[in-house]
Structures are given as C-alpha cells and as structure tokens.
Design a protein around this ligand. Structure first.
Ligand code: BTN
Length: 237
C-alpha cells in the first residue's frame, strides 16, 4: 500500500486516471481540497478544505478487477464499519455506492474503470463528510457528516488511517475470495422501499426486494422479479 497526499488537486480520481501507469496496485491518493471533485452521473462533489476525507484508490489486481460489480458495495460496507466504531447508529448502505445515517447521506463512492482492449485499472473514489457543517448543495435534502451526528470534531488523520486500513483489508479479502454478503444484507437501505427508477431509459415505479448475492439489486417491476446492475438504474426516492 502506497500513500500520496496533495494539499490541493482537481480531483483525486482524475489524477489517478492520468497517472495510473506510474503507480502500483493499492496506491491511495488523498487531498485536503479538490477543485473539481466528481460525483456520480456527471455531478460535482464539493467539500470544504481540510474538513473531510476525499481520496481515491488505484486497483490493478486482476482478481479484484473481475469483481468490480461488488466493489462499491464492499467499500461502502468498509466505511460503514469504521463509522460504526465511532458509535454512529442507524447506518446503512444505499445500493450501490452510498452510506447513509438514517435518511441522510454521509459518504459517496465513484468507481471508474480504465479500459482499452481490456480493463487496465479501477479507480475507487470515496468522499466522506467528516467535520463539514454547512452544505451548500442546493439539494432539498441536505447530507450529513460525522460532526453533525456526533456533535464533536473528528481527528481526520486518525480517521483516515482507520479507513485506509479497513479498505486495504477488504480488498485483500476480496483477492482471497471472501464473501461478506450475509453481513451486507443487514444494512440494505433500499430494501422494501418503493422507488422510481430509470430502467433502460424508461421511468418505472418498483419495489426493492434487496441487494442480491451477486451484488446486483433485485426489484419487483410489474409483478416480476428482475435484477438490475448499477449502470442500468438511477433512483428517485
Ligand atoms: C457520489 O456520491 O456522487 C460519488 C462521490 C465521490 C466523491 C469522491 S471524493 C474523492 C474522489 N475524487 C473525486 O473527484 N470524486 C471521488
């Protein structure tokens, strides 16, 4: 495991995309400030300087890359376990890539693949709201942070150490074929919820059955059970 730190950078995901050939598997890149942080579906990810954890992990191991469908959920689970150790209650995973405290998002994950003829690398970008108090997202539903939940400042350096260690362990376990699915099922935020979603460009109302053993999402659509993968579905709760 190699660690790089930037005071300011455009985006840790973008940096690794541009430099993936120079770095080894499991290089962790973090920054105090991202000037062009990226979220999912072309959104931006904003976080005040030095108040949050924004980092990316470069993955080049073939075994892990083969299991990319499970990687977002497993990473969300790793973050959830560390947050739990800070005595944050009511944590869940909103499939495929968010960690929630009750109904509020505390962590987002952006998994990007670099592919030419074959998959060359994966970049796992993670943003965790740590000491942020004022979110200027313009969203109706504000995210939350560790500070907002615990009402105290969190030492980011030691939090980062714990997150890195846990993620490293999860990725090593994935190489060895360990399956955390039975554990993950317990933290399924969407399970049983009615949601509107786009499935293959069509807006549908579905009932979520839950995260499946292959890490796809099982939903009930027009009385039929179907499995959707994360690139086929977007949600509107
Ligand atoms: C989302 O919820 O939309 C995903 C957010 C991912 C944000 C992280 S912060 C570190 C890494 N670098 C980026 O530009 N994005 C990810």
């Amino acid at each position: 495991m190699k660690e790089l730190f930037f005071d300011t950078i455009d985006s840790t995901n973008t940096y690794l995309k541009q430099h993936f050939e120079e770095y080894e598997d499991l290089t962790f890149v973090s920054a105090d400030l991202q000037t062009a942080g990226k979220g999912r579906s072309g959104r931006t990810w904003t976080a005040s300087k030095g108040k949050n954890l924004t980092f990316s992990v470069l993955i080049k191991n073939e075994k892990v890359m083969e299991k990319f469908a499970s990687l977002s959920v497993l990473s969300a689970y790793s973050v959830l376990k560390v947050l739990k150790s800070y005595v944050i209650e009511d944590l869940s995973i909103k499939w495929p890539n968010d960690v929630y405290v009750r109904d509020d998002k505390i962590c987002g994950i952006l998994l990007e693949a670099i592919s030419r003829e074959k998959m060359e690398a994966l970049i796992l970008g993670i943003g965790i709201n740590v000491n942020e108090e004022d979110f200027e997202t313009g969203l109706l539903h504000e995210p939350t942070s560790m500070k907002k939940v615990l009402h105290e400042d969190i030492d980011i350096v030691s939090f980062k150490e714990k997150i890195y260690r846990r993620l490293n362990q999860t990725i090593e376990e994935l190489k060895e074929g360990c399956d955390l699915y039975p554990e993950i099922e317990k933290y399924d935020y969407l399970k049983g919820k009615d949601v509107y979603c786009m499935i293959r460009n069509e807006k549908r109302k579905v009932t979520v059955i839950g995260i499946d053993a292959d890490y796809s999402l099982k939903v009930l659509c027009d009385g039929k059970e179907i499995s959707v993968s994360s690139d086929e579905i977007t949600f509107h709760l």
